[in-house]
Structure formats: structure tokens, C-alpha cells
Design a protein around this ligand. Structure first.
Ligand code: 0X9
Ligand code: CA
Ligand code: ZN
Length: 434
């Protein structure tokens, strides 16, 4: 067995504001209230009719999560009452078959999807990566989840124990529990940036000149819950109980502290799929990852210059803002918008995703994207990975697609890393800004 690197042994650990024990004995969750049987259980629905961002924002305002956007329809996850509300807007609402079941009693992915990594398997990958490549990869903790699981981060750069003056780049994965393919994206990046170091010239240059942070699972409690009894649960939120409600969980991607709850892009109701939480950063996962990002401000300067937050699904590259339909405005100049858009389009050129401003889909507020730009001035994107529609398996594509759909983003990630020293170069304004 490989040795587990102790936190104290890594120089980077000292930078972290929070340190959880490396061991991950999960504390027992808060006693689950006896929720009323599934009267409220969410289902998936095809909603025919909506063909504008405004109409989709109206649908999202019912508390349903818009999972897929098509020309004149959307797919939502919604409680029955929310589905009724959507129908009340004048759309045709049809239930979709639920995710496949592989029988009760399982504590892992169903056998047919065994190539997906559950939390224990992900931990093994991370530990093995840093054990096999101790000079370029280090494991650090940014805190722990509500149920006590370690929020792991891996730093990758040559001479990893030193805090270099190199542009830093952040990759976050699995804010949403059921988006398991994003964890596989992290596993792919861990392999690519370590195994190909010294052989692939682009990888080698990036590992030598950038400091790369991979946070492979921001929502481990939700992800484990989603696979906890052998039938996928379509779980999205974290597993934090809500006071005064039977409903569990906060939508992490509505809980970030920038224009939180401002604009009808999230819900104040704990039963909603897009519940924004009681206050900004009320979810421990969000607060501790935000603390980590803030800890990368050194000498008054945010070291992280670029980021991708991975989601599924839709095959999209999205850039901020999500809270407004406007391209520019307070905190987003024309050049800043154009840099986001040009780099987004460049990355889309290699993976074939559709590049667009986030609010072209529907209004969202309290997302990591808006916070990373609005508060931290980090150029950043949401990647919505495979598939493009529910016909390709929705949130649960079979594990055979993992190699193809993770390697599909190789060039895009290398492009982002390449521009991290001066994103404005993509609009030929390096001289003006860098
Ligand atoms: O709604 C979300 O949080 C994301 N879609 S998902 O189906 N994965 O839930 C989209 C977020 C896009 N919004 C911003 N980038 N602002
Ligand atoms: Ca640094
Ligand atoms: Zn998501």
C-alpha cells in the first residue's frame, strides 16, 4: 500500500484556512426526520412550449430545476406541485421515465455502471495519484461536508511543495449530486496532468508554469446519497437538513455570496430543487470552498485567474453572468465579456459544445460562476458535459461513455490553462491588460 501523505507534510496545507482530519470517518448524519412518504418525491417531466429565456426563467421560478433546454421545450425535475404550476403557465407537461434501477441493497454504483467512482474509490484515486507523483501532486483538504466527508483538493504543479508565483487555475466538480460524470472528469484530469507529465509537451509546459487545483467532489454527501440503495435517486442538492421542513438539502449552485437570491433565479423554499439556503454560504461545502478560493488572495491579489465548474448535462460552455440577461454592466466591462465569450468559443471549437452566456438558458442567481467573476474576478465557465439531451441518458449515461466524454475536454482544458497567464490575449489585448 502507498503511504497517505499527511496534511502537515505539504507546504500548501499551511495556506488553507480550514483543515479537516485526513481520515474521513463520516460523522453520522443528523437524524433524518420521518419524511412523509413520497408525496413530494420529485419526478422528471418534458415541458413542451417554452422557447425563450424569459419563459424558461418563469418555469424555474416555480422551484423546478431546468435540466435541459431545447428549442421549444425543456426537461425539468420537479415535485408534483411544481409540475402542476408549470402546466399552469400554459405548457404541456409529460412525465418521463425515471432513472434505471439495479435492485435494492447496493451501496455503490449499480454493476452496469461500475466504472463510475463512488467516494471511497475517488479517495483511492486521489491518494494513489499523489503517492505515485509526489513531486507534482499533493492532496490538501479544504474542509468537510455536512456529514463529515473530507472535501479533497489536489494541487498539481512541478515542485508542488512550493507556493510559486505562477497563474493558478481551479477545476471544481460535482456541485450537483447526480452529475456523476463530472467526478470522472476530475479523475481524467488527475491522470492526464500526472501520467502525461514529461511525455506530452503541452501537459508538461502547463504543469511547469501553472498551479492547478482540482476539487473532484464538492458534494460528496449528495453523490453518495444518490447511489445509496441501488436505484439512482436523481438527487441534486447537498444533505443538510432544513429547519422547519421535512425537505433536505440546499442547491449548492444557488448558495454563493454574490447577488444571492437577487433575481428570481433560485427558490426560498426548502422543498425546491433550487433552494438557495437560509443565507449565502449557509451550506458548509460552499462556505469552505469559498474560504479556500479567498485564501488564494496573496498580497492583495487573487492568484487564481481562470476556472471551470463541471456539470451535466447539455454539452454547453457557459460564462457569467447568470443573474442578468445583460452582457455588460456593473463589474463586467465589454472587454471582460468579450474575453469570456472568445475563450468560451475557442474551447467549444475543440469539444463541440455550444458556447453561450449562462442566462441565455434561464436566469440563475447565487451560482459559483457569478461569484467567481463578481467577487473574485476569475474568468470562469460552467461546462455542461454529455449528453446533449435526455435521449443520451440524461444524468445517468452508461459507464462506457466515460473515456470518450472526459477526453473530449482535453484540448479545452489545455486551452484554458494556456490562457491563464493573460486571458485578455484571446481578444488581442495582452498589451493593454497584462
Ligand atoms: O442550474 C444550474 O445550476 C446549472 N445547470 S444544471 O443542470 N447542471 O443544474 C447551470 C448553471 C449555469 N448558470 C451559471 N453559469 N450562472
Ligand atoms: Ca501561487
Ligand atoms: Zn449541475
Amino acid at each position: 500500500m502507498h503511504a497517505r501523505r499527511s496534511l502537515a507534510a505539504t507546504a500548501t496545507a499551511a495556506l488553507l484556512l480550514t483543515t479537516a482530519a485526513a481520515g474521513t470517518a463520516a460523522a453520522s448524519p443528523a437524524p433524518d426526520s420521518p419524511a412523509p412518504a413520497s408525496a413530494e418525491a420529485p419526478g422528471r417531466y418534458l415541458v413542451a412550449g417554452p422557447d425563450t429565456a424569459e419563459e424558461r426563467t418563469e418555469i424555474a421560478a416555480t422551484g423546478a430545476a431546468v435540466d435541459e433546454v431545447n428549442e421549444d421545450s425543456v426537461v425539468v425535475t420537479a415535485a408534483p406541485g411544481q409540475a402542476d404550476a408549470v402546466a399552469g403557465l400554459g405548457h404541456e407537461v409529460t412525465p418521463l421515465p425515471g432513472p434505471g434501477q439495479d435492485g435494492p441493497g447496493a451501496l455503490d454504483f449499480p454493476p452496469s455502471d461500475s466504472d463510475y467512482h463512488d467516494y471511497a474509490e475517488l479517495t483511492d484515486v486521489v491518494d494513489k495519484t499523489v503517492a505515485d507523483h509526489p513531486d507534482i501532486a499533493a492532496k490538501v483538504s479544504v474542509g468537510s461536508s455536512h456529514e463529515g466527508r473530507d472535501l479533497m483538493a489536489v494541487k498539481i504543479t512541478s515542485d508542488v511543495a512550493t507556493d510559486h508565483d505562477r497563474p493558478e487555475v481551479l477545476f471544481t466538480h460535482s456541485q450537483h449530486a447526480r452529475e456523476h460524470l463530472t467526478v470522472e472528469m476530475a479523475v481524467y484530469l488527475l491522470g492526464m496532468l500526472t501520467d502525461d507529465y514529461g511525455t506530452d509537451p503541452r501537459v508538461t509546459e502547463m504543469v511547469d508554469t501553472r498551479e492547478i487545483w482540482i476539487l473532484p467532489n464538492l458534494n460528496p454527501d449528495g453523490a453518495e446519497h444518490d447511489i445509496s440503495d441501488g436505484s439512482y435517486k436523481s438527487w441534486r442538492k447537498n444533505r443538510q437538513p432544513n429547519q422547519g421542513s421535512w425537505s433536505v438539502g440546499t442547491d449548492l449552485n444557488r448558495n454563493w455570496d454574490y447577488n444571492w437570491g437577487c433575481c428570481g433565479g433560485s427558490s426560498s423554499s426548502p422543498s425546491s430543487q433550487t433552494y438557495r439556503g437560509a443565507s449565502p454560504e449557509s451550506a458548509p461545502e460552499v462556505r469552505q470552498v469559498a474560504d479556500f478560493v479567498r485564501s488564494r488572495v496573496v498580497g492583495g491579489e487573487q492568484q487564481i485567474t481562470a476556472a471551470i465548474d463541471f456539470h451535466t448535462y447539455g454539452e454547453l460552455i457557459l460564462w457569467p453572468y447568470g443573474y442578468t440577461y445583460d452582457e455588460t454592466g456593473p463589474g463586467m466591462s465589454r472587454d471582460e465579456y468579450d474575453t469570456h465569450a472568445e475563450l468560451g468559443r475557442l474551447m467549444a471549437g475543440s469539444n463541440g459544445y455550444t458556447p453561450q452566456q449562462s442566462s441565455d438558458l434561464y436566469i440563475t442567481d447565487g451560482t459559483i460562476n457569478d461569484w467567481l467573476w463578481g467577487e473574485q474576478r476569475i474568468f470562469n465557465y460552467t461546462f455542461e458535459m454529455y449528453p446533449s439531451s435526455h435521449w443520451g441518458g440524461g444524468f445517468y449515461p452508461g459507464d462506457e461513455i466515460i473515456p470518450r466524454e472526459t477526453s473530449r475536454n482535453r484540448e479545452a482544458v489545455l486551452d484554458l490553462l494556456g490562457y491563464a497567464d493573460c486571458p485578455y490575449r484571446v481578444i488581442d489585448k495582452e498589451d493593454e491588460y497584462c
